[in-house]
Design a protein around this ligand. Structure first.
Ligand SMILES: [Zn+2]
Length: 241
């Protein structure tokens, strides 16, 4: 495959990948690891604005600040705006993974240790859901929507959650992340409740509480708390204290 850095910021790394075969791509939470036949491991974290775009078999000249372009006869992917895009050693990958919690999208995630961590924390659950060392893969939108769907107030101390409540959070995390993978967008609302399919939904109908003035379900005024340094919305009626 052909690798290049049209923007130039990953020119050295791309030159080391150029001509190699992509062997395997594997995500853990928000971290993507891509192995190449030459033995290199590419590590990508998209951050808030990063994007991997499928440019198809006939991509044309790169436009915008493209950190990395991967291309073969069958297709082309452009990476822009990542927080991390670097070649790492095997031990560096192990170090990153050793700090990551259970990822609901991975095979055989360690749910028991996530449950154990949560049971020992007095930190509000709304903050803990952003902690990638407990559950890996959730961001600011998902944490708000998951707690809404579970009817759990974001300020509840984590260790006060029952086993059933933790199981509900875990199940919702997996369900919503899989919908995200399938549809390519974050949709947490129930198509039956909205009246159209997920792909046909207007952006304003895709979420229940995140960045909304009023709860999509009951119409109550949404409240905001600062948790883990970021604002988090919740519905005081659907998620009672
Ligand atoms: Zn509500």
């Amino acid at each position: 495959m052909h690798a290049s850095s049209p923007q130039g910021r990953f020119a050295t790394g791309a030159s080391l990948l150029d001509g190699d075969r992509l062997v395997r791509a594997d995500a853990w939470g928000k971290y993507l690891f891509v192995n190449f036949s030459g033995g290199q491991t590419l590590h990508v974290h998209l951050g808030l604005i990063g994007k991997f775009r499928d440019r198809g078999p006939d991509p044309g000249e790169p436009t915008g600040a493209i950190r990395l372009r991967l291309r073969n006869d069958g297709g082309c992917w452009d990476l822009s705006g990542p927080t991390r895009c670097e070649l790492i050693e095997r031990h560096e990958r192990r170090t990153i993974e050793s700090h990551l919690g259970a990822d609901p999208l991975r095979r055989r995630p360690d749910v028991a240790s996530a449950r154990q961590r949560v049971a020992g924390m007095r930190t509000p659950i709304g903050a803990v859901l952003l902690d990638q060392t407990v559950i890996a893969g959730l961001g600011n939108i998902y944490r708000a929507e998951i707690l809404f769907l579970c009817g759990i107030h974001p300020l509840r101390p984590s260790r006060a959650l029952t086993d059933d409540e933790f199981a509900a959070i875990w199940d919702e995390s997996g369900r919503l992340l899989r919908i995200g993978v399938r549809t390519g967008r974050i949709v947490t609302t129930d198509p039956g409740e909205i009246g159209v399919s997920r792909s046909a939904m207007r952006a304003s109908d895709t979420l229940y509480v995140y960045h909304r003035q009023h709860c999509r379900r009951c119409g109550s005024e949404i409240e905001t708390v600062q948790l883990a340094g970021r604002p988090m919305q919740f519905c005081p009626v659907c998620q009672p204290q």
